[in-house]
Design a protein around this ligand. Sequence first.
Ligand code: NPQ
Ligand code: MG
Length: 368
Amino acid sequence: MKLEAVELRRIRMPLVAPFRTSFGSQTARDILLVRARTDVAEGWGECAALPDPRYSAEYVDGVADVLRRFFLPAVAAATDLDANAVGRVLSPFLGHFMAKAALETAVLDAELRADGRSFGSFLGAAVDRVPCGVSVGIMDSIPELLDAVGGYLDQGYLRIKLKIEPGWDVEPVRAVRERFGDVALQVDANTAYAVSDARHLARLDPFELLLIEQPLDEDDVLGHAELARTVRTPICLDESITSARSAAAAIRLGACSIVNVKPARVGGYLEARRVHDVCAAHGVPVWCGGMLETGLGRAANVALAALPNFTLPGDTSASDRYYATDITPPFRLDDGHLRVPTGPGLGVEPDAALLEEVTTSVEEIDLR
Ligand code: NPQ
Ligand code: MG
C-alpha cells in the first residue's frame, strides 16, 4: 500500500447540550478528520484533540501542524505501507499520540477496506454488540443532574459516569444513589484533585461506585498508588495511561485496578489492543473511553470495546447523546447496547451532503 494524498478536514459539530468538565464547558466539537488516500482504498481517522491544550497537551491546530510538517512526509515515504508500519515509521517522533492515532486509524481503515475486513474482525472482537454507559457533565444544580440521569436510564444506558470536581462530588453521587438505587455508577475527576484530598475522596466509599477515574494529575502515578491505600473505591486511570508499558507500570505500582482505554491517548488502535492485552494478563479489567466522537470514531471504539477484557460498559454512547445529526448513519442504543459494525474497515461512511454542511475547512495534501 502507498499513501498518495491526505485530506485534512475540519468540521464543527454542535452538541445537543453543553458538556461541562473540570477543565471547562463545551457547546460544540471542532474536529479534525484525516482522510488517507492510498493506491488501494481510502480511509478515515477522526482526531480526538480539542481546540485548547487543557484536557491533554495536544490541540487540534497542533495536530494538523505536526501531521503536515513531519508525519505525512514520513509515512508517504514508506513503500510497504500498512497500519503496523505507521507506528514504526512514527516511533522516532516523540509524543503527539492523538496525531499518530488519527493517521494510523485512517491508514488502517484504508487497509481493511481494501481487504474487505472489519475493524472488529481485525482487532479480535469477541461479541457482536457492546454494553454502553454514558458520561454526564457537571450541572448547575442537583435537580438538573437527576433529570439528565433519569433520561439516560430511561433510554437504557447500563452505567452512569458523573463528572466530578471539588464542590461537585459527594452530593451529586449521594443524590443519584438516593434517587436511582443501585444503578452502575462511577465518577471521573479529570485530574481535579490532589493527594491531600484523599480523606475527602474516601467519603465516596459508602456509595459503592464502580471506580473513580483519574482523580490526580496525569504524571502523578505514585500519588494514585498512595490514594489507592486510603480510598476503598477502585482507582481507574485515563490521562496517565499513554502506552501498554505505562499501563503495566501503573498496575505494578498499585496506582490503578481498572484502566480506561482510549485509542487516541495511546497513539492508535494497535497500541490500544496492547493496553487491553497487558491489562488482561494482569487481571485488570478495562473499558473503552470516549472523546465525543462522530460516527467515524465511534465505529472504531465500538469494535475495540468488543474485545474480551472490556468487561465494563464504556463511554461508547449512542450518536444522539452528543449530536442531533451525526455525519454517519447514527449509532442507536438497543437494549443498552450498540452493534459492532461488520462492513469493511470502520463499516460506516460519512454522508457526503451532511459532511459538507459541517465542514469549516478542507486541505488536500498531495504526497506523490
Ligand atoms: C474523559 N470523555 O473520559 C473524556 C473527557 C472529554 C466522554 O467523559 C469536549 C468537551 C470534548 C469535553 C472530550 C468523556 C471532550 C470533553 C473528552 C471531555 O475524560
Ligand atoms: Mg476520563
